[in-house]
Design a protein around this ligand. Structure first.
Ligand SMILES: NC(=O)c1ccc[n+]([C@@H]2O[C@H](COP(=O)([O-])OP(=O)(O)OC[C@H]3O[C@@H](n4cnc5c(N)ncnc54)[C@H](OP(=O)(O)O)[C@@H]3O)[C@@H](O)[C@H]2O)c1
Length: 396
C-alpha cells in the first residue's frame, strides 16, 4: 500500500525546491502525506530542512531514475508522482512514466520535449488507459494556460451553439526568465533535431502528439502564428512566440482526445507583451539595481531571482470561431508570478493535488492537463492563494 500520497521526484532542482516550498505551505497540507525524492541524499536533506516547520514534514526517498528497481520502489510507495527532473528525455523520465502506467499511479511532469512526449504516448498510453493511471505531461506554464484556455473557449462557443473550427491564442503578457534546467532542455531539443533518431517530418508535424488524428488542414504549421501581423479578433499586433511549438502540439492532442478535430490552432505573442517584458528587465537593470541579477547562462539549480519571480506575470487570450465565423468566443487566462517558475511550481502542485484529492473523470492514459483534469483543475487554479494566483474570464 502506498505510504506517500505525493512523491516529488527531482526536488533538489530549481523548480523542485519551489514545488517543495509550495507543497509545504499549502493550506491543504494537513490532507496529504508527501516525500521528496532524488539521487543525492545530502541535497535532499537540505531541501527537507528548508521546508521544516511549515506543515507536514516530507519523507526522503533516495532514488536513481536510471535504475528500474529503484524507480519501482519509489512509485510503489506513491499515489501521485510529480516529476521535475528534466530534461525528461535525458533523465530517464520514461522509467518513471512506465512504472506509473503499469501500477495505476497518477503522474505529472513539466516536459515540453515533444519527442519524449510522443514516445510516452506510443509506449504507455494503452497501458495507462487500462490501469486508470493519469499521466499528465506539460503540467506547467507550458502548457496549462494555452490548454485550459482553449478548452474554456470551446466550452463558451459551444454554450453559444457553435462548433469550433478555428482557435487561436495570443499571449498579451509574458514576463519572466529561464533556469538551468530549461536551458538544458533547449540544448536537448537541438541535439534531437540533429540526430538521426527521427525523420525530419517528425519535427515539423503539427500533429506529432496526436498520432492517427483526423485532420484536414494542409499547410498548418507547428506554431501556426509564424510571422508578425495585426489580428482583427484580438485587435493586437502579434508575432511568433517561442513557447508556441510546445503548447500548440499539446493543445492539438487535447483537441484530438476530446473529439474536436478537425479544428486549426495557432499561437503567438503580442508585440506589446514583448515590450512590457523588456521594460521590466530594463527598469530593474536586469536585477543589478535590486541586488539580484538575472543569470543569463544559468547552471542546473539556478534560475530567475526572487524579485523577478514575484514581478513576473502572464496573460493569454483565446479566440474560438465556427467555420462560417458567424459565432465566436473570447476568453482570457491570467496569472501572477514568473510564468516558468513561481507560477509553474504552483500549477504543477495543484495538478498533483487535483489528481490526489479531486473528483475528475476516471479516464486514464498519457493525457494533457485539459483532458486529464479540465474544469476540476481550472477551479483549483482559480481558488489557489485565495484567488490571487490565476483568473479565467469570459470576454465575449
Ligand atoms: N513545462 C514548464 O512550464 C516548465 C517550466 C520550468 C521548467 N521546466 C522543465 O523542468 C525541468 C527542470 O528544470 P530545473 O530548472 O528545475 O532544472 P535543474 O535545476 O537543473 O534540476 C534538475 C533536477 O534533475 C535532477 N537530475 C539531474 N541529472 C539527473 C539524472 N541523470 N537522473 C535523475 N535526476 C537527475 C537534479 O538532481 P541533482 O540536484 O542531484 O543534480 C535536479 O533535481 C527542465 O526539464 C525544464 O525544462 C518546464
Amino acid at each position: 500500500m502506498a505510504v506517500n500520497d505525493i512523491v516529488l521526484h527531482g526536488a533538489t532542482g530549481f523548480v523542485g525546491r519551489l514545488v517543495a516550498d509550495y507543497l509545504a505551505r499549502h493550506p491543504e497540507n494537513g490532507r496529504f502525506s508527501w516525500a521528496i525524492a532524488g539521487r543525492n541524499p545530502n541535497k535532499l536533506a537540505r531541501v527537507r530542512d528548508s521546508v521544516a516547520g511549515q506543515g507536514t514534514e516530507p519523507g526522503v526517498i533516495v532514488a536513481q531514475a536510471a535504475d528500474e528497481a529503484s524507480v519501482h520502489a519509489m512509485v510503489a510507495d506513491a499515489k501521485v508522482v510529480l516529476n521535475v527532473a528534466g530534461p525528461f528525455s535525458e533523465y530517464h523520465g520514461d522509467n518513471i512514466v512506465g512504472a506509473c502506467a503499469r501500477s495505476g499511479t497518477h503522474y505529472a511532469d513539466l516536459s515540453g520535449e515533444y519527442w519524449y512526449q510522443r514516445r510516452m504516448i506510443d509506449e504507455f498510453h494503452q497501458e495507462a488507459e487500462r490501469t486508470g493511471a493519469k499521466i499528465v505531461l506539460a503540467a506547467g506554464v507550458d502548457s496549462i494556460p494555452s490548454d485550459l484556455g482553449v478548452q474554456f473557449a470551446i466550452e463558451r462557443l459551444s454554450a453559444k451553439g457553435g462548433r469550433a473550427r478555428q482557435v487561436k491564442a495570443l499571449f498579451t503578457r509574458y514576463a519572466g526568465s529561464f533556469s538551468g534546467g530549461t536551458r538544458r532542455s533547449m540544448q536537448a531539443r537541438k541535439r534531437i533535431k540533429q540526430s538521426s533518431e527521427y525523420e525530419a517530418g517528425f519535427h515539423t508535424d503539427p500533429y506529432v502528439l496526436a498520432p492517427g488524428a483526423e485532420t484536414s488542414h494542409d499547410g498548418e504549421t507547428v506554431a501556426g502564428w509564424d510571422s508578425r501581423r495585426f489580428d482583427r479578433d484580438f485587435r493586437r499586433l502579434g508575432g511568433p512566440f517561442f513557447m508556441a511549438p510546445i503548447n500548440a502540439r499539446v493543445v492539438r492532442r487535447s483537441l484530438a482526445l476530446d473529439g474536436h478535430l478537425p479544428c486549426t490552432y495557432e499561437e503567438g505573442i503580442s508585440v506589446a507583451a514583448l515590450l512590457q517584458a523588456a521594460w521590466l528587465y530594463l527598469s530593474r537593470g536586469f536585477g543589478y539595481f535590486v541586488g539580484a541579477p538575472i543569470p543569463l547562462q544559468p547552471k542546473s539549480g539556478e534560475g530567475p531571482p526572487p524579485w523577478l519571480r514575484r514581478a513576473g506575470s502572464f496573460c493569454v487570450r483565446v479566440h474560438a470561431t465556427t467555420e462560417d465565423r458567424t459565432k465566436s468566443a473570447l476568453v482570457e487566462v491570467r496569472g501572477a508570478g514568473d510564468p516558468g517558475y513561481l507560477a509553474t511550481s504552483k500549477m504543477l502542485t495543484e495538478v498533483g493535488l487535483a489528481l490526489l484529492l479531486d473528483k475528475a473523470s476516471p479516464r486514464g492514459g498519457v493525457l494533457t492537463p485539459a483532458t486529464a483534469l479540465g474544469p476540476v483543475l481550472r477551479r483549483r487554479l482559480v481558488e489557489a492563494e485565495e484567488g490571487r494566483f490565476m483568473q479565467f474570464r469570459v470576454l465575449d
